[in-house]
Design a protein around this ligand. Structure first.
Ligand code: NAP
Length: 278
């Protein structure tokens, strides 16, 4: 029987630390949250981020723009926020409407205010190990792994997924802690066999029931980044929880695993941004 990794508890502790630091030092910290269009999932994420800001004592400034907003208008807003001393972090909720090029928007955010760490400068800094911010979801996963007391050094780690947001930076953070890392994707041959090597298996695929018991080594730490809807429209991860859980030593639930960590790490990054700009 695996032990559940309680993302809610770990994330709460991180938010409390951020809150206490802001309170004790009397800091004025501001996060701009930009949302374009009416995607209901994005709306939920933005509301959760605003709630976390409120908890931590970070001022959140919401910019809700209509779906038909032009790319130039969005870039102009970001340039204004880059120059606004009340704003320490800028978060543009993804995905953006199809007519807006995400890379152009990310490129416009000042690297010093890029609390998602998606800007090419911050990505490069992560690769060379000299970073101000870590991308929120992979950084949250590392916190969860640490919370189990597992030493990553020398472990076989397999990351399924190679997106710029999750898979690639996840692999980099594990590598920084001296893991032997394999990244899998849709062209990987014998995926189950590769996954079975993992002492730590991180799944970031986006498909319900993707990771099955035959892909998991006995005693592995299993981290489920996936956020999917099952046939009953219930939120679920990538991992077939009921059959994988008995084989794992530790496992994250969905919901209540990686999800809350992403927001907590965003709060942490926003506080780091404040220091970076002081
Ligand atoms: P993404 O950009 O769609 O990437 C998915 C990755 O999975 C791709 O690299 C893809 O490979 C790989 N993949 C797809 N089918 C596969 C298969 N049959 N075998 C092996 N690999 C396969 O997704 P993402 O943005 O990284 O997000 C992944 C999941 O994490 C989603 O469910 C998302 O909602 C969730 N997520 C959660 C949080 C959180 O806070 N909990 C944050 C971010 C994302 P190719 O590159 O070859 O196509």
């Amino acid at each position: 029987m695996a032990k559940l990794i309680d993302g809610k508890a770990v994330s709460q502790k991180i938010k409390e630390e951020v809150r206490d630091e802001i309170e004790s030092k009397g800091l004025d910290v501001g996060l701009a949250v930009v949302i374009v269009g009416n995607d209901p999932a994005s709306r939920v994420y933005v509301n959760n981020k605003k709630k976390a800001c409120e908890f931590c004592g970070i001022k959140s400034y919401e910019y809700a723009l209509p779906e038909e907003t032009k790319e130039k208008e969005l870039r102009d807003l970001i340039r204004t926020l880059n120059n606004d001393p009340n704003i320490n972090g800028i978060l543009v909720q993804l995905p953006l409407p199809k007519h807006i090029r995400e890379y152009k928007i990310i490129k416009t955010i000042s690297p010093k205010k890029d609390v998602d760490a998606f800007h090419a400068e911050n990505v490069g800094r992560i690769v060379i190990g000299n970073y101000a911010f870590l991308p929120c979801t992979p950084a949250g996963v590392m916190e969860l792994i640490h919370s189990t007391g597992t030493d990553v050094d020398g472990k076989e780690c397999v990351v399924i997924g190679r997106s710029n947001i999750v898979g690639k930076p996840m692999a980099m953070l594990l590598l920084h802690e001296n893991a032997t890392v394999t990244i899998c994707h849709s062209h990987t041959k014998d995926l189950a066999e590769v996954c079975r090597r993992a002492d730590i298996l991180v799944s970031a695929v986006g498909k319900a029931d993707f990771v099955t018991a035959d892909m998991v080594k006995e005693g592995a730490v299993v981290i489920d980044v996936g956020m999917n809807r099952n046939a009953e429209n219930k939120l679920c991860g990538d991992v077939k929880f009921d059959e994988v859980e008995p084989k794992a030593s530790y496992i994250t639930p969905v919901p209540g695993g990686v999800g809350p960590m992403t927001i907590a790490m965003l709060m942490k990054n926003t506080l780091s941004a404040k220091y970076l700009q002081s």
